[in-house]
Each structure stands twice: as C-alpha cells, then as structure tokens.
Design a binder for this molecule. Structure first.
Ligand SMILES: Cc1cc2nc3c(=O)[nH]c(=O)nc-3n(C[C@H](O)[C@H](O)[C@H](O)COP(=O)(O)O)c2cc1C
Length: 399
C-alpha cells in the first residue's frame, strides 16, 4: 500500500509494519507484559456509542481550541515518543514539522534525539516533556533551555516510577544498550529501505544530554548515560520543587486517580494528561478513558484535563471530549505515519484524524467540537433529568 492510499491510522500502521524491522516495529507497537492494557485502551473507546442529533445547521464546523494561551486548530496534539528516530532518521523533527503545519502542539520527549533548540525552531508552539532525573543541576539547566527556546509549557511524566517489563521487546531483541544480534540483523535485512537509512545515519544521539555527558561518547554510550539518570526517585515533593522552579504552564502526564489530580491542583499544576503511557508501563492499569469521568468530576472545572492512550480514530477523540477531556494526544498514530512516510506520513495521520473528527461532529449535529458533551453519548440523561444531577456522573452510572 502507498502512503496516498492510506485511509485510516491502521493503514499507516500496516505500511510502517512492512517498512520497519520487527525489532523496531515491536518497540513502537508493544506494551507491557501480556499487553492487556494496550488492548483495553482501545476497547474502552469502542464501549461508547454516539447519539446523533439531526436537523442542526452544521454548514460551518470548527475544531479549534484555546489551551494555555495558545490556539490550536484541533483538539489533539502529538504525544512525546522517545527514541522515535529509530523508526526513521530525523523523525522527531519530522513530527515537529507536521505538528507546526497542522497547527497542533508537538510534545518533545525527554528521550528525544532532536534537541529542544532544534525543535523550537521548527515548531515554536511545542511543549517539553521531562522525566524527573537524578542530577538536579541538569534538571535546572534543561528547564532554562526550554524557557530560553521560547517554549511555555512543561510536561512532567510521572507514570514511570520504574522501567516496565516489555516482553515483546525483550523477545525481539530491543535490550539496553541497543546492540543488534545476528538474528536481528538477518531479519532487518528484509527491510532494505530502513537498513539503508540506518547505515547512512547510524544510531541517533540523544542530543539534549550531550552537554551533560562526558565528552566523546558514542550514541549507545550516551543513551546509557541517560538511562542512568532516568527514572530518578520522585514524589510530590519533587513535583512541588518543579512547580517552584518552572514559572510557565505545568502539565503532569500519567495521572489516573482523582485524588492525585486534586493533589496536583493543590500544588498549582495547570493541567494533567490522564494517561497510562499507551499501555507500556502497568499492564493491569485502568484505561484512561474509564478513569476520566471521575477525574473530570473532581477537578475538571479548575484545571485543564487532557487524555491520551488508545486513540486511533476521530470518533475516539470525540468520545474523550464528550466525557470531559478538553484536549487529547496521540502517540502511535503519528509515529506510524512518520515511519511510513516521514513528514508527509505524519501529516497524513494528523489529517486523517482531523477529517474523521470533523465528520463525526457533522454527523452527530455538533458543529463546534468545544460543545461535545455526555449528551452526545448513548445512555446520556435526557434534558429534564439533567436538572437534577451532573450529566457526566449520571451517564457513567447508567453505562
Ligand atoms: C514508542 C513510544 C515512545 C514513548 N516515549 C515516551 C516518552 O519519552 N515520554 C512520555 O511521557 N511518554 C512516552 N510514550 C507514551 C506516549 O507519550 C503516549 O502516552 C502514548 O503513546 C499514548 O498512547 P497511544 O500510542 O495509544 O496514542 C511513548 C510511547 C511510544 C509508543
């Protein structure tokens, strides 16, 4: 299948699968242990059915959203994906470029191989994702660089207290430090376009950390230097400290419990991303979409609640917005795109999702995506009953 023939995110996944060696595809696609969480994330969306309203004027439709003083063209952005340049050299910058062209936020991974400064030049509305690291001096310097590069939003990921057990990755040979075995090399030879890229460019360097590491490290040794820093032990005190150091907008990624959302709010956090890291960390974790309503009830009117994990369709984005998310992120969807066709492929992923969301909003009679609410979900309370109870909780109780 050619890129121009891809109609869905799954089509892009199939092209990526053909192009990538198994070990790299598995790194992108895989989850923790039995990958039950991975499946549950997508199944959570399929449980909900949309309830269309007709005879509504939908001739002008709008997806734009204002977030932290920035306006974006659609209610989704590109989630951080570390070491994504393994799928294609320069993939971080390609994703950043696609996000900028589509007027969406790109979140630079803490494990990016492009530097903060490079990405900010390509996509000035990017956000930076940080994993708490052991060296406090390095953390402050990274925050300074983010601010100096003109980026206003810092995302702190808290759902990696430990490295997880990704059995698929171990079986296919993705082990740290990355050094291909003979079996991996033989399988990779069946994907000549990827191998040619890899031979031309070598392993990608984690550019953000070069200045902190001993001089002259090769890419593999630099990755090990980074892996020794992250994950660092962290607690609410760490987050409090980050809040004091960072004066821009602060988002916490990986919050799943309403009490944790409330605690983040107390510390002055501006937004949270309800996320289970796309099923890559805790295999028995609840799906973010299922955790969302209780979190929205707890803090939704006082902080920006966003969501990722499992989004593959515009209808998934609509469903998350109906359940109270203000914004969403996609990790694998644009990553399949960039693996399949570089910047063009990433743009295709973003435009597929945008067009699908537009179609859903038009089909259900909700011309502004900002107006999506539980009333567009089957099982939602009728207008009369919404006067008695909050529609979101009533919907959750009934479904
Ligand atoms: C290959 C890959 C690498 C990732 N790296 C990071 C990372 O560096 N930092 C982070 O906070 N999340 C990371 N994530 C998680 C994503 O940001 C996001 O939470 C997840 O992909 C959302 O699920 P989805 O892929 O089903 O959209 C990664 C995900 C993937 C697939």
């Amino acid at each position: 299948m050619k890129l121009t023939q891809a109609l869905s995110i799954d089509d892009l996944r199939k092209i990526a699968r053909t192009r990538l060696p198994q070990v790299i595809y598995d790194y992108l696609e895989g989850g923790a242990e039995d990958e039950g969480c991975l499946a549950a994330n997508q199944a959570a969306f399929a449980k909900h059915r949309l309830l269309p309203r007709y005879l509504v004027d939908i001739s002008r439709r709008d997806q734009s959203v204002e977030l932290f003083g920035q306006t974006f063209a659609s209610p989704f952005g590109i989630a951080p994906t570390g070491m994504i340049a393994m799928v294609r050299p320069g993939a971080d910058l390609m994703l950043a470029e696609a996000a900028a062209k589509a007027d969406l936020p790109f979140v630079i991974s803490g494990a990016s191989t492009a530097s903060i400064e490079q990405v900010a030049r390509v996509a000035p509305k990017s956000w930076y994702q940080h994993y708490p690291c052991k060296d406090a001096g390095m953390t402050s310097d990274l925050f300074r660089r983010v601010a100096d590069a003109g980026l206003s939003t810092l995302v702190v990921t808290v759902d990696v207290p430990l490295h997880s057990k990704r059995e698929r990755n171990i079986r296919s040979g993705w082990v740290r430090p990355y050094k291909p075995t003979l079996a991996v090399m033989l399988e990779s030879a069946r994907h000549p376009a990827w191998v040619a890229d890899y031979l031309r460019n070598g392993l990608p360097f984690m550019e953000n950390y070069r200045k902190y590491a001993p001089a002259g490290l090769n890419a593999r040794a630099l990755t090990s230097f980074y892996a020794d820093q992250v994950p660092a032990p962290h607690s609410w005190a760490t987050l409090d400290n980050i809040r004091r150091q960072w004066s821009g907008k602060l988002v916490v990624k990986g919050i799943m419990h309403p009490d944790d959302a409330s605690q983040a709010l107390c510390l002055g956090v501006d937004g949270i991303i309800v996320s289970n890291h796309g099923g890559r960390q805790l295999d028995r974790a609840v799906a973010p979409l299922d955790a969302l309503p209780r979190i929205v009830e707890a803090v939704g009117d006082r902080m920006t609640v966003m969501l990722d994990s499992g989004i593959r369709r515009g209808a998934d984005i609509a469903t998350a917005l109906c359940l109270g998310a203000r914004f969403t992120f996609v990790g694998r969807a644009p990553a399949y795109g960039v693996a399949a066709g570089g910047t063009e492929g990433a743009l295709r992923a973003l435009s597929i999702l945008r067009a699908e969301l537009d179609l859903v909003c038009g089909q259900i009679g909700c011309p502004s995506a900002r107006d999506l609410s539980p009333a567009f979900l089957d099982g939602a309370p009728t207008q009369a009953s919404t006067q008695q109870a909050a529609p979101l909780l009533q919907y959750v109780a009934a479904s």
